[in-house]
Design a protein around this ligand. Structure first.
Ligand SMILES: NC(=O)c1ccc[n+]([C@@H]2O[C@H](COP(=O)([O-])OP(=O)(O)OC[C@H]3O[C@@H](n4cnc5c(N)ncnc54)[C@H](O)[C@@H]3O)[C@@H](O)[C@H]2O)c1
Length: 258
């Protein structure tokens, strides 16, 4: 088993890509601490996955330092150590750039970007003190390299995550703690199903920008997160790996079957 009893803390774990990571890490033998602000969904997930391995849920708003420190302390009390941190929780707010409210900009940056800093400190401090190395994987996006005008706060948060990933990788390298990011394209989750994937024109537009000809599933992202967190990626740090069906390399469009 790839993780064989190692402890993985996964944020935004109750839905979508986070849940995909929970299932993948359990299948690979990890003990999983699943964190989410949605306590009901989190507890329900833990009940559904009981029997697949060792998993515990902690309610946590990832953008709030006191909540992050409390949750990390609770995970350490429960599991004794953290080997892998997956900073996955994220939200988006869409709207015209000039009409975008300051509160929405702040909330997206706080939830998506500041959370990586807060968990990076809280868990990174533990990993350094423990002296056994570790791996951190942050959830970025293809929005780092190509974006849309109506998701400026989101694009800024993800660009920040890729930069923060590089800075953290350099800081933690002497401790053999690797820090990488994953940049998904369009993945079928609540985030995309609630708006984007409801619009047939938007679905066609996205597929015309996706050479592999399909949307991604949470498991497509989770397997890359697991790779980056594993010893197979032992010489990889500071990278953002795009899991986007080929979009990042595509100029113009590809044909979409009727
Ligand atoms: N779905 C995509 O196409 C896509 C593409 C690129 C990047 N991503 C990124 O992947 C990550 C997961 O997104 P998803 O598509 O699975 O979305 P999702 O909405 O299905 O899941 C997000 C989870 O994060 C939790 N969450 C939200 N705010 C939180 C907070 N403050 N504290 C703790 N938990 C919180 C939610 O409760 C939910 O369980 C996000 O960082 C997102 O930006 C998604």
């Amino acid at each position: 088993m790839r993780f064989d009893g190692r402890v993985a803390l996964i944020t935004g774990a109750a839905s979508g890509i986070g849940r995909g990571c929970v299932e993948r890490f359990l299948a690979d033998g990890a003990r999983v601490a699943a964190l989410d602000v949605d306590a009901e969904a989190g507890r329900q997930m833990v009940a559904e996955l009981a029997g697949k391995g060792e998993i515990a849920f902690e309610e946590c708003d990832v953008g709030v330092k006191t909540a992050v420190d409390r949750a990390v302390a609770a995970v350490l009390a429960r599991f004794g150590a953290i080997d892998v941190l997956v900073n996955n929780a994220g939200i988006t707010r869409a709207g015209d750039f000039l009409a975008m409210r300051e509160e929405d900009f702040d909330l997206v940056i706080q939830t998506n970007l500041k959370s990586v800093f807060l968990f990076g400190q809280a868990v990174g401090r533990h990993m350094v003190e423990r002296g056994k190395g570790g791996a951190i994987v942050n959830m970025s996006s293809t929005s780092v390299i190509m974006t849309m005008p109506n998701i400026a706060p989101y694009a800024a948060s993800k660009g920040g995550i890729s930069s923060l990933t590089r800075a953290m990788a350099l800081h933690f390298a002497p401790h053999n703690i690797r820090v990488n990011a994953v940049g998904p394209g369009t993945i079928v989750t609540k985030m995309t199903q609630s708006r984007t994937l409801k619009d047939p024109a938007q679905v066609r537009r996205i597929l015309s920008r996706t050479p592999l000809g399909r949307f991604g599933q949470p498991s497509d992202v989770a397997s890359v997160v697991a790779f980056l967190a594993s010893d197979d990626a032992g010489y990889v740090t500071g990278q953002t790996l795009y899991v986007d069906g080929g979009r990042a390399g595509l100029n113009y469009t590809v044909p979409v079957p009727e």
